[in-house]
Write a protein that binds this ligand. Structure first.
Ligand SMILES: NC(=O)c1ccc[n+]([C@@H]2O[C@H](COP(=O)([O-])OP(=O)(O)OC[C@H]3O[C@@H](n4cnc5c(N)ncnc54)[C@H](OP(=O)(O)O)[C@@H]3O)[C@@H](O)[C@H]2O)c1
Length: 228
């Protein structure tokens, strides 16, 4: 049985990925998040396990033992770090301490801790592991006001580059850092509502109907990075 452990599934890309994994009878989804959609709460059961945790609170993240128990029946595990926050957007010096701390916790600390705990708790029966980090083009560009998002995505990419190096001679473990590109989600609403120099580009993408549906992005990510 394939197990997909995924963060941030209540909406956006995470919700779209879960919808597609749920259609596969040989996949069990373990969804980590602080909220879930009505459909997810109704569908929750042995093949959709909802684990409530706020990714901004490192102490509340599942530990190795708990993850090991959740994955006891798995022979293949896919860990997808999808959840992220784009806030706070603004000049360094004006950023809220709480919002900045949350961005680091959700975008960087949680992926590092969850990866470490999952590998520590992995049952010996698991023959294949894929760790996927959903990043952003912003990890490699300076965008006015986006220091928190950009730095945390870049930091996480570095962590997963180290993980890939660690397993370069072990075909059991694969590491993928993916950039989904812009898409029509709540994160884009947050960006359009923010005050920063490059905002017009994002308003134009929305006005011109150029933001892909997250379901199409999810299908592409699965086809290009997960199926092989
Ligand atoms: N949208 C884009 O244009 C775009 C472009 C490039 C990369 N990306 C990346 O794609 C991924 C998905 O983005 P998206 O656009 O789908 O974002 P989104 O619509 O804002 O959804 C973010 C998800 O993360 C969850 N989340 C946020 N803070 C959390 C916390 N403290 N604890 C638990 N869950 C939390 C949210 O849950 P709640 O409902 O509880 O808040 C939600 O399910 C992210 O990694 C993002 O950086 C997006």
């Amino acid at each position: 049985m394939r197990y997909v452990v995924i963060t941030g599934v209540s909406r956006g890309l995470g919700e779209a990925l879960v919808n597609q994994f749920e259609a596969d009878p040989d996949t069990t989804v373990v969804a980590l998040g602080r909220s879930f959609s009505d459909a997810q709460r109704i569908a929750a059961g042995p093949r959709l396990v909802l684990v409530h945790c706020d990714l901004a609170e490192p102490a509340g993240l599942p530990h190795a033992t708990e993850l090991g128990e959740l994955l006891a029946e798995a022979d293949e595990v896919i860990l997808i770090h999808n959840a992220a926050v784009v806030d706070p957007i603004g000049p360094i010096g004006d950023l809220s301490v709480d919002d900045l701390s949350t961005a680091v916790a959700v975008n960087l600390t949680a992926p590092m801790l969850l990866t470490n705990s999952l590998l520590a708790g992995l049952p010996p029966t698991v023959g294949r592991v894929l760790v996927m980090f959903v990043s952003s083009g912003a990890a490699h560009r300076v965008i006015d006001g986006w220091a928190a998002y950009s730095a945390t995505k870049r930091g996480a990419e570095e962590f997963f580059a180290h993980l890939a190096k660690q397993y370069e001679d072990d075909p059991r473990v694969r590491v993928e850092v993916v950039n989904p590109g812009v898409m029509d989600t709540g994160m884009q609403e947050t960006i359009r509502a923010a005050d920063f120099a490059g905002r017009q580009r994002f308003l134009d993408l929305y006005e011109n109907d150029e933001l892909p549906d997250p379901a199409a992005v999810a299908a592409r990510l699965i086809a290009e990075h997960i199926r092989p």
